[in-house]
Design a protein around this ligand. Structure first.
Ligand code: MG
Ligand code: MG
Length: 257
């Protein structure tokens, strides 16, 4: 069942999104060679709890950390470790918060020091995929319009689109209906309505999209070990412009251009 949020519920999701944005910007600024993802995890949890919120990932189905820290070929659900990040790696940080009972979910991929032009382009293009998808999150459009926009841009750049993981509705629960694949046909699927809140999250890799699961039963990585980038925001469908709740003030139409 897809829930339509009321104005007061949206206001709470807006506050959760603004907090999560701050947390992720803090983490982005902290990423550099020599830092460990465990340090980033602790920083995230501290910031979230200081704001009176709960790190939604920690303990979710037993996940042990407040962030997912996925390095290089890891797609999602990477574990924070004591390993020092190295120059040239890319790190995807996924994080979620619950503030006053309402959720927000967002991810970004950050370069560690100086990275290759190809890796830079992958990060940039994955973000572009998100904005193109978000630009389709308009009342009257269908879910497939979002999926198709992501896939079309990624594949035109020669990338693989991860199939095994999807975006999702979000609200009082982190994962609500509908499921939002990053591939699909335009004009198909659920018709979007004002008040729907969607976590749109392209996962794009340099090679083939097939993935495998680590022995820890969480971490997903590309089978061919190609680099993978992830970018996610919580988006509100409105009567007008889509509102990116976890990126306050963003102009979707501009970003998608
Ligand atoms: Mg996420
Ligand atoms: Mg998500």
């Amino acid at each position: 069942m897809i829930t339509i949020k009321s104005a007061s519920q949206i206001e709470k999701m807006r506050a959760a999104g603004a907090l999560l944005h701050d947390v992720l910007q803090t983490l982005r600024a902290a990423v550099q060679p020599g830092v460990t993802t465990l340090e980033l995890d602790r920083l995230a949890e501290k910031r979230i709890r200081e704001a009176g919120a709960i790190p939604s990932f920690k303990g979710f189905e037993g996940f042990p950390f407040s962030i997912c820290a996925s390095v290089d070929d890891q797609v999602v659900h990477g574990f924070a470790t004591k390993d020092r990040l190295r120059e040239g790696q890319i790190l995807s940080i996924d994080c979620g918060v619950i503030l006053n009972g309402w959720q927000s979910d967002s991810a970004l991929t950050v370069p560690v020091g100086h990275i290759s032009p190809e890796a830079e382009k992958l990060i940039r293009d994955t973000e572009k995929c998100f904005w193109l998808g978000a630009d389709q999150a308009r009342a009257g459009n269908r879910l497939g319009d979002i999926s198709h926009a992501v896939q079309a841009y990624a594949e035109a750049q020669g990338y693989g689109v991860i199939r095994d993981l999807c975006g999702h509705g979000i609200g009082e629960e982190m994962h609500e209906d509908p499921s939002i694949p990053n591939f699909g046909r335009p004009g198909r699927g659920v018709r979007l309505q004002p008040g729907m809140t969607l976590a749109i999250e392209p996962m794009i890799c340099m090679g083939d999209w097939h993935v495998y699961l680590y022995d820890n039963d969480w971490t997903v990585a590309t089978r061919d070990q190609s680099l993978c980038s992830h970018y996610e925001h919580t988006v509100l469908v409105t009567d007008g412009e889509p509102e990116v709740l976890s990126c306050p003030g963003a102009n979707v139409r501009e970003m998608a251009r």
